[in-house]
Design a binder for this molecule. Structure first.
Ligand code: ADP
Ligand code: MG
Length: 422
């Protein structure tokens, strides 16, 4: 089958988006690949399509259970045989899934990195024909990334144990050169084809605001955007609960999401937001990785996030359908203090030695400074972000609070009216 027919028949798309075809072609040609594309660009397709065209099985290493469930759900719906293997399965389900995998019932298997070391899984993998191993959210392998998972480091050992080396394809939305290098290095990608698409999201309006009373500002904003869907990100669980409670009291349909809630509550709240029963999600950064909701019109950061990477990834969840969307950051001096505390008190990972933990903290402090400066700069916010990711940009975007053309036009009109009325 030709790739365009697969694209149409299985995924329902008539054309590739920017970067997708190059990535698909390179993977199909058997070359290791690293795809760096912003959130919402369509990375999944870049490995799911080749997966259908390869003879053997594709394994997808993914960091989150919810992400695996969502993706396997959509694949199954599209008539593609897929499954996931992670800690949400009990032992008998696990053994059954593995048996199905051995019987060649799945074309795509999502797997948590921890599973790659279990005896049963290795046994299956060594006897199967595995054509492609995809590492989704590949920045998790780098301690310079924002979601470091030590379990990602075992991926190369797993690959080494396979009879034939499969093609490796890694994907991430994190573009900093340091993380990029680290991914290639830690995953042992062999002379990879690396593709980075532009990071600019033209339809997003960026704004930094310093409201005297954040909640009042939030309420006013949401009041003006009542029928729209949006996420309010807060830095702590306590703030999430407070803000969410107050929004509900004010008559808005808000749901909370953070790691302190039970898995069932999180799932319910997430579904309620995704399926438009509640139009406001109030959450910590625990919410959103891999979430595919196209009609999010605004992302409000009630607190300043800890670095530009997190900010851009979270803000980037707005406007995935391409229509205009707003990314507002409510900045207050307290935000810096809270973030500093969060860095100081993070114990890192138990698997890491003291020195590494200290080095990570030092790096986090540096990134926090760059984030704080974003909130203080008078220059174009979009330029600031893009430069951070190593991209050239004009110093005037006309679509951020520091170079807002509408604002200037309004001023001019008022001035003009004054002149006309004298
Ligand atoms: P990412 O992993 O890069 O954040 P996803 O793979 O979740 O993004 O894709 C985001 C959305 O884009 C999905 O809804 C997907 O169906 C859609 N999409 C992907 N490729 C195409 C395409 N070629 N044409 C139209 N829509 C696409
Ligand atoms: Mg993705």
């Amino acid at each position: 089958m030709k790739k365009l027919s697969v694209l149409k028949d299985y995924f329902g798309f008539t054309s590739f988006r920017v970067g997708q075809e190059e990535l698909v072609d390179n993977i199909l040609s058997g070359r290791d690949t690293l795809g760096i594309m912003p959130t919402g660009a369509g990375k999944s397709l870049c490995f799911q399509l080749p997966a259908l065209m390869f003879d053997g099985i594709t394994l997808v290493v993914s960091p989150l259970i919810s992400l695996m469930k969502d993706q396997v759900g959509s694949l199954t719906q599209a008539g593609i045989s897929a499954a996931y293997i992670n800690s949400s399965l009990n032992h008998s389900q696990y053994i059954k899934a593995l048996q199905n995998a051995k019987d060649d019932k799945y074309k795509i298997i999502y797997v948590a990195p921890e599973r790659l070391t279990t005896e049963e899984f290795v046994d299956f993998a060594q006897n199967a024909k595995i054509s492609l191993v995809t590492i989704d959210e590949a920045h998790c392998v780098s301690q310079w990334g924002q979601d470091f998972r030590p379990s990602y480091l075992i991926i190369p050992q797993f690959i080494d144990r396979l009879a034939d080396r499969p093609v490796l394809a890694a994907f991430t939305a994190t573009a900093t050169p340091q993380v990029r290098e680290d991914i290639i290095d830690k995953l042992n990608l062999k002379e990879p084809y690396v593709l980075t698409t532009g990071f600019d999201r033209e339809n997003l309006f960026f704004s930094v605001q310093k409201p005297k009373n954040k909640f009042v500002a939030l309420k006013e904003y949401i009041e003006r955007n009542k029928i729209k869907s949006g996420i309010v990100y807060c830095s702590t669980r306590k703030t999430v609960d407070e803000v969410c409670r107050n929004l509900i009291k004010s008559g808005f349909a808000a749901v909370p999401y953070h790691a302190g809630l039970s898995e069932k509550d999180r799932r319910e709240n997430q579904d309620s937001f995704i399926y438009d029963k509640s139009n406001i999600m109030v959450a910590t950064n625990a919410f959103g990785m891999g979430i595919d909701k196209s009609n999010i019109s605004y992302i409000i950061h009630y607190n300043m996030p800890k670095n530009i990477e997190s900010y851009y990834q979270e803000a980037g969840r707005a406007g995935r359908d391409g229509s205009p969307a707003e990314c507002l950051l409510f900045y207050g001096g307290q935000d810096v203090v809270i973030n500093q505390l969060l860095i100081d008190n993070s114990n890192g990972n138990e698997d890491l030695d003291k020195e590494t933990i200290e080095a990570i903290k030092e790096k986090d402090r540096e990134l926090l400074k760059i984030m704080t400066f974003y909130c203080h700069t008078n220059d174009c916010l979009r330029e600031y972000i893009l430069n951070y990711f190593g991209e050239e940009a004009s110093n005037y975007c006309g679509n951020c609070s520091n170079c807002n053309t509408n604002f200037e036009e309004e001023d001019v009109t008022i001035e003009a009216q004054k002149i006309m009325s004298c």
